[in-house]
Design a protein around this ligand. Structure first.
Ligand code: NIG
Ligand code: FE
Length: 422
């Protein structure tokens, strides 16, 4: 079958983010590689050419490409959401209301709310139920411009349910047009009954769960929640090192609610990312800047928890760390799937510039998932994952906050969402 082509023409700005094959650091983070009066030509699943619209016309004609007039809007790479907890049952509106009334996240977790509550619902849910809930959410992700995302397990907390969640992620990946990167996050919270035998749970994760998940090819990454009320450095090291032995790349929830050494561990193990970083100190910032670990900031969780302690985005960027942004989509601390709102939070709360925030949600996020050879920028040979934003200038995306500017989402060269019929 001949490969079909799309010709996007007449975009006021095409944000290409083209360039070197490394994550962007320092000043390079704001280099968007903007082409004015630009266009993109796709062929099959991939991008064939990017440039001023008029330079692509002849080839578009030759390929009989279907033409899409961008009418002066902004064309950019689809968002890569490199940190989500997409698969869970139910929600946590009761925790939300209790927090609004003054209880803290940890207080609620200690009396049976929090992760344990979601885990108990998720254990009871069937695979089709979990697929259905997550699939509806995935449609919303794509309608807001996300074209690839990481998805963690972590609401099972036993071998059977963690594997069930990973199978759900695999099924979602096969049914959805979006690309999903699966992560095993069994060390998310200590399951009930293990308080006095913590090492028994870790041993089960290391000896049973990781070999099975890796053996069935159900995960690409292994993650852990290193914090005062979660797991220790030694426990996380054991889990991540076991994952690595089985071919899973580590990533770490680090310094979210307290400073406990997650960044140091991430650097020691050559993790793909260290995420949250609210309590990172000067030494941590230096460590990250001197490493290839991507610093993933999650301002949705800061916003939702009303935290006064924000991740040191400016200091990380200025020190030369590779910074990315993600939603942290989850029922407890960040029920947001709109990456455009993450851009607004990153600019207004973390003082990142709009350009830095765009790069952190596309190219650098792709690096955090080790998929920058395929996604994150508009360059010939990469996947044709792009979004058309109903704005005249990319800075309007974070500026007009809390709305959806995404007029069209294209995944692997196919229109998967369009406000008007395509
Ligand atoms: O990334 N930090 C731990 N995990 C999630 C919260 C999960 C939950 O509360 O359900 C996070 O913020
Ligand atoms: Fe998280």
């Amino acid at each position: 079958m001949p490969k079909s082509s799309l010709f996007f023409r007449n975009a006021r700005q095409v944000l290409t983010l083209s360039g070197r094959g490394f994550p962007r650091r320092g000043r390079d983070l704001a280099e968007l590689g903007i082409v004015r009066a630009g266009g993109v030509l796709t062929r099959g699943e991939k991008i064939l050419r990017v440039g001023p619209s008029h330079t692509l016309e002849r080839e578009a004609l030759r390929l009989k490409a279907r033409e899409i007039d961008c009418r002066g809007q902004v064309l950019m790479p689809g968002f890569v959401d490199c940190h989500t907890h997409l698969v869970f049952a139910g929600n946590r509106v009761q925790d939300f209301e209790a927090r609004v009334q003054g209880k803290s996240y940890l207080e609620i977790a200690r009396v049976g709310g929090g992760i344990q509550y979601t885990a108990s619902l998720t254990r009871q849910a069937s695979e089709p139920e979990l697929v259905a809930q997550a699939e509806a959410l995935l449609r919303q992700f794509s309608a807001h411009g996300t074209t690839a995302l990481e998805v963690k397990s972590g609401y099972g907390l036993d071998v059977r349910t963690e594997l069930k969640i990973l199978r759900v992620i695999r099924r979602l990946g096969r049914r959805s047009r979006l690309d999903l990167a699966p992560t095993l996050l069994a060390a998310h919270a200590l399951p009930p009954g293990f308080k006095r035998r913590r090492s028994a749970y870790i041993a089960r994760v290391v000896r049973e769960l990781i070999p099975q998940a890796a053996g069935q090819n159900l995960a690409q990454f292994v993650d852990c929640y290193l914090d005062r009320d979660a797991f220790t450095v030694a426990e996380c090291r054991a889990v991540l090192a076991a994952g690595r032995r089985h071919g899973l790349t580590p990533r770490v929830h680090a310094e979210q609610l307290s400073r406990t050494g997650g960044i140091q561990l991430a650097v020691e193990l050559g993790a793909a990312s260290a995420d949250h970083l609210d309590f990172a100190n000067a030494a941590d910032i230096r460590r990250l800047a001197g490493s290839n670990v991507v610093a993933v900031l999650l301002p949705g969780s800061n916003f939702f928890l009303g935290s006064s302690q924000l991740p040191p985005a400016r200091r990380l960027i200025d020190a030369g760390a590779a910074v990315a942004l993600a939603t942290d989509f989850n029922p407890g601390t960040s029920p947001v799937l709109n990456m455009q709102f993450v851009l607004s939070l990153a600019t207004t709360q973390l003082r990142m510039t709009p350009a830095e925030a765009v790069c952190a949600t596309t190219l650098n996020a792709a690096h955090a998932l080790r998929r920058a050879d395929q996604v994150g920028s508009l360059e010939p040979g990469k996947l044709a994952d792009l979004i058309l934003m109903d704005v005249c200038d990319y800075r309007e995306i974070p500026y007009f906050f809390a709305s959806n500017h995404c007029a069209m989402t294209v995944k692997r060269g196919r229109v998967i969402h369009s406000r008007k019929s395509p």
